[in-house]
Design a protein around this ligand. Structure first.
Ligand SMILES: *Cc1c(COP(=O)(O)O)cnc(C)c1O
Length: 472
């Protein structure tokens, strides 16, 4: 078919030989049908569903292989029953509590299970919600802290124009967004060689009457380390005794809040610590669900200002909702419930412990390399980071190694630590369910081959190999 014959299907100014066009593989071309479609404009006419499907299917194949992605925390595998549930419920809108009361009830059961898992005194009197991920959950947690602080300040007749939030310099980017979007000053406590996480030291230098709260991270994104919540709370107790300021903690448990309850049950980081007002987690990280689900739970109704709650009609009555988004998929909530029922506490423990075992095994193997020095060893969440051993070589760095592993399909990012440790470059592995011992051994072998190659260089690699800032 000539371009003339196809004329009329395309905006006239597009050239079929340029990047403006997307071409269908000839194997799938059907008689009389366009095999070229404009890429950046809506096509003029229709396509057969098979054709549209094939084009997108082929293009999406260019995405990486999620199994070899050791950079992300997000779940990339669920079983066939989950796939069925997903297909059956992809049309459910979470906000439509009246139309989908069963999904709404399941959502409430899920966060009550989390409240119980996180040792709320009275799970019945907690309040929580599903969100699209931890980022939205953190926005809500931060906002609740801010509103409570404002209410207290107003009651005292004091100004509310200069709120601040205290966080580690290694917080996830969603907290920078929170502070930016809601006009809160971010007070970063720098991490350092001696204080690798926010641990409560010198907290009195940061806290003042305008402090809305402190964020404690269970599973720092850069390294996977836990921040000692109870120790941070003790530092705040002392500050309260000295100054009267009562500062609450929000725990960002994006990954750790689904690891610690199962694998470190004696560690007190959750509602057992009185100062903890709220906790979030990502259902799509170690909650083992596909992307698009997070959770937040407040200790009790008092911890969440009533003004943040909206009421929607539900079975002829009213149901509280709180979330930044309105419409969003209900299917992920059902998948979370599926995982809770399917695995139960013991199943989650087994899956998470397996990931921890593999992370610690891999960390042990990395530690054996003369080139490397572990930053941490995967004892907290199944994540660890390492750096070059000082003095090992000037010929290559971790960015070069990351590039070479990428050629074999592995995504093992290298990145600089936060601003105050700019000279420290680390490389990190996130172990998720699905990274088997077998796969871990292949990875170690590939690292060994590449390190031997790099160590064999007789002069430096060109360029610094500096990578981008890394945020997830
Ligand atoms: C991943 C992560 C987030 C953001 O979570 P999303 O679910 O991706 O929105 C926030 N905080 C920490 C510590 C994280 O690891």
């Amino acid at each position: 078919m000539t371009l003339d014959e196809r004329a009329g299907r395309f905006p006239a100014d597009l050239d079929e030989n340029t990047n403006d066009m997307i071409a269908l593989n000839p194997v799938f071309t059907r008689p009389g049908e366009a095999s070229l479609l404009p890429k950046f404009r809506m096509p003029k006419g229709e396509s057969l569903p098979e054709t549209a499907y094939q084009i997108i299917h082929d293009e999406a194949m260019l995405d990486g292989n999620a199994r070899l992605n050791l950079a992300t925390f997000v779940g990339t595998w669920m079983d066939d029953h989950a796939a069925r549930l997903f297909a059956e419920s992809a049309d459910k809108n979470m906000i439509d509590k009246d139309e989908y009361p069963a999904t709404a009830a399941i959502e409430a059961r899920c966060w009550q299970m989390l409240a119980d898992l996180w040792h709320a005194d009275d799970p019945e009197n907690t309040i929580g919600t599903s969100t699209i991920g931890s980022s939205e959950a953190c926005m809500l947690g931060g906002l609740a802290l801010k509103r409570r602080w404002e209410a207290r300040r107003r009651a005292e007749g004091k100004p509310t124009d200069r709120p601040n939030l205290i966080l580690s310099s290694a917080v996830q980017v969603c907290w920078e967004k929170f502070c930016n979007y809601w006009d809160v000053e971010a007070r970063y406590v720098p991490i350092s060689e001696e204080h690798r996480v926010l641990d409560g030291h010198d907290l009195d230098k940061y806290v003042d009457e305008n402090t809305i709260g402190v964020v404690a991270i269970m599973g720092v994104t850069y390294t996977g380390m836990y921040e000692p919540v109870a120790q941070i709370a003790a530092a705040l107790d002392k500050i309260q005794a000295d100054t009267g300021l009562d500062v609450k903690i929000h725990v960002d448990g994006a990954s750790g809040a689904m690891i610690a309850p199962f694998c470190q049950p004696d560690l007190e980081w959750d509602f057992r610590v009185d100062r903890v007002a709220s906790i979030n987690t990502s259902g799509h990280k170690y909650g083992l669900v596909y992307p698009g689900i997070g959770w937040i739970v407040w200790r009790d109704r008092e911890a969440l200002p009533e003004q943040m709650i909206f009421y929607v009609s539900y079975l002829g009555g009213n149901m509280p909702t709180l979330a930044l988004n309105f419409s969003r998929p209900g299917s992920q909530v059902l998948l979370q419930y599926y995982m809770f029922l399917r695995l139960g506490w013991e199943g989650y423990r087994r899956v998470q412990q397996n990931s921890l075992d593999i992370a610690q095994y891999l960390a042990g193997k990395i530690a054996e390399f003369d080139a490397f020095e572990l930053w941490n060893d995967g004892a907290d969440i199944p994540v660890f980071a390492w750096r070059m051993r000082p003095g090992h070589t000037d010929n290559w760095n971790l960015y070069h190694l990351s590039d070479r592993l990428r050629q074999k399909g592995w995504l093992v990012p290298a990145y600089p630590m936060p601003d105050n440790l700019p000279d420290v470059t680390v490389q990190r592995i996130v172990v998720r369910n699905g990274l088997s011992f077998d796969l871990a051994n292949s990875l170690v072998e590939d690292i060994r081959t590449e390190v031997e190659f790099l160590d064999g260089l007789t002069s430096p690699m060109p360029g610094a190999g500096q990578g981008p800032h890394f945020h997830h």
